[in-house]
Design a protein around this ligand. Structure first.
Ligand code: HEM
Ligand code: HEM
Length: 225
């Protein structure tokens, strides 16, 4: 006989399993504050100290995210999205073939590379910008420390890095949208709500139909050793 209580319990268990909290509040706030600061810093370059404040905010955000990468929640930690070269190549190949997608709850291997690159370049350019501010306008924490003679070179580097960052951000957005389609997951929504779905319409792992979460993958690799 059908037990409605059992059925509703089962349904709630399934829905609890299918929606997994991945991005904590810090990661989500970090991301969208970063997007606003980056856009402000990129578009407003003739108003000081506004431009500098946008840059300092980026610096502080990235520093916080780096600390969170070591002590933060499970999927936010660097260890959750640091992959071997082999796994990265496998993922890239299956992406190029548009084969069956392996699901990752944290960043996928290509996304992770982009995240590391973005974080490093953002930090670097915020420091270069602060040096430039000191050398050119004799303002900011590095005024009187950075020689004024360096201003032209610093400006070249700062402008070049800003353009490189914009290009990376465009690739990042394209990658997010493309993988959302490929994995049949709305990753942009996940960066707002924090939740990802553990089961997608596509099969995982060479057609076995298994869902590979990062914990299962870690367990699998440990067993193989
Ligand atoms: C990652 C963060 C940053 C980004 C993306 C960024 C972006 C830019 C861009 C796009 C320009 C204009 C380039 C052009 O005219 O072609 C610029 C110029 C400049 N930025 Fe930044 N910036 C950042 C951080 C900073 C910081 C933290 C400071 C200072 C504290 C700073 C100081 C300057 C200065 C002094 C200029 C030259 C302004 C001029 O002479 O026209 N920037 N930045
Ligand atoms: C409207 C434009 C943007 C959208 C829709 C967007 C969307 C996303 C999404 C969905 C993720 C998570 C990807 C995943 O699930 O693996 C992500 C991560 C990330 N994005 Fe963006 N992004 C945008 C712009 C930017 C910009 C401009 C930057 C920096 C210049 C940036 C830097 C990052 C970083 C550093 C992460 C890693 C987050 C973390 O682990 O803390 N994003 N973005």
């Amino acid at each position: 006989m059908n037990d409605p209580h059992a059925a509703s319990l089962q349904a709630s268990t399934v829905s609890a399993q299918t929606r997994i909290k991945v991005w904590d509040i810090l990661v989500r706030t970090f991301h969208w504050t970063l997007v606003v600061s980056f856009t402000t810093g990129y578009l407003i370059t003739d108003k000081f100290p506004l431009h500098a404040y946008a840059g300092y905010t980026i610096f502080a955000l990235v520093m916080l995210r780096v600390i969170w990468g070591f002590v933060g929640t499970k999927y936010a930690r660097f260890s959750a999205f640091t992959y071997s070269l082999n796994e990265t190549v496998q993922y890239l190949l299956s992406a190029l073939r548009m084969g069956k997608a392996r699901e990752y709850l944290s960043h996928n291997p290509m996304g992770a590379l982009m995240v590391y690159l973005l974080l490093a370049m953002l930090l670097f350019n915020a420091v270069i910008g602060t040096m430039l501010y000191g050398a050119q306008q004799l303002e900011g924490p590095l005024a009187d420390i950075v020689p004024t003679l360096w201003d032209e070179n610093l400006e070249v580097v700062h402008k070049f890095m800003a353009k490189a960052l914009l290009t990376l951000a465009a690739f990042h957005l394209a990658g997010v949208l493309w993988s959302s389609w490929w994995h049949r997951q709305n990753y942009v929504l996940a960066m707002f709500t924090g939740y990802k779905s553990a089961f997608t319409r596509r099969e995982h792992r060479e057609g076995s139909g298994e869902v590979w979460t990062s914990e299962e993958r870690t367990r699998h690799h440990k067993q193989q050793r």
